[in-house]
Design a protein around this ligand. Structure first.
Ligand code: AKG
Ligand code: FE2
Length: 246
């Protein structure tokens, strides 16, 4: 219904009215609780190399640089209460939907999804914080936030989000299960990077990481990070995207 995959025509159409949404114009990021160290990697305690090593992994120097320059991870972006607050608003709606296994474009397996423009006050504050960290004025986010729920046996195949309807930045909050997002260079599939997506973290993909590399969320049976198994169960992502530059 809502995800923004390149090869999905109904999804592209779905996003059209969204592009007419309000233009955001807010001051530069106010979120200062983390310290930015190695470019693109954010640490709560300033221990940069440790966090970099813990959350990102690259197959080669080009991808390593790409991750440094175009991927940002905010571990513990959500407090436990904020995590519960988002779930409490999302769950009643999601529970009414059935997981889908025969997606017509076969890009996502075992999923249900929705998108939401109006959130309760607490969650609006959280999403405003995501926007202030991920987007910089005059960049405008799509007004609808995408909520994607993949079941334990669900996964997201490699794709590039629609360049027609999603702009240069994708910012996703991870709820429930940890998972591994894999980025693969479209022009040279031997080059790849992995991101360990921990619950309550925020990831941001920008520019080359968003346009030149596909991204995917690995199924449980191949969910590995740096050779270590990362068991997957149900995962929900709450994704904000930038509008296409007009
Ligand atoms: O679940 C995520 O974090 C990513 C989802 C995704 O890639 C998409 O909806 O296009
Ligand atoms: Fe995507």
């Amino acid at each position: 219904m809502t995800s923004c995959l390149t090869f999905s025509i109904p999804k592209l159409m779905y996003f059209t009215p969204v592009l007419l949404g309000a233009i955001r114009n807010r001051p530069l990021p106010a979120f200062t609780s983390n310290s930015l160290c190695k470019r693109g990697t954010v640490s709560m305690n300033g221990d940069c190399s440790k966090w970099w090593e813990r959350l990102l992994s690259a197959s080669d120097p080009d991808t390593e640089k790409l991750l440094q320059d175009n991927v940002e991870i905010h571990e513990d972006f959500l407090s436990l209460e904020e995590h519960e607050s988002l779930l409490a608003e999302i769950e009643p709606y999601l529970k009414r939907l059935r997981y889908e296994y025969d997606h017509w474009d076969d890009a996502i397996h075992g999923y249900r999804e929705t998108e939401r423009k109006q959130w309760n006050d607490s969650n609006t504050k959280i999403l405003d914080r995501v926007k202030s960290v991920a987007f910089q004025p005059p960049e405008a986010p799509l007004p609808f936030v995408h909520v994607l729920d993949i079941n334990k046996d669900g996964y997201i195949k490699p794709h590039v989000d629609s360049v027609r309807f999603c702009g240069r930045t994708i910012a996703g909050l991870s709820l429930l299960s940890e998972s591994v997002m894999r980025l693969v260079c479209e022009k040279d599939k031997s080059k790849s990077g992995d991101i360990l997506l921990l619950p309550r973290s925020l990831y941001i993909l920008r520019d080359q990481a968003r346009f030149d590399y596909t991204h995917e969320v690995l199924p449980d049976k191949t969910s590995m990070f740096k050779g270590k198994s990362i068991p997957r169960s149900r995962r929900i992502s709450v994704i904000s995207r930038l509008e296409v530059k007009q």
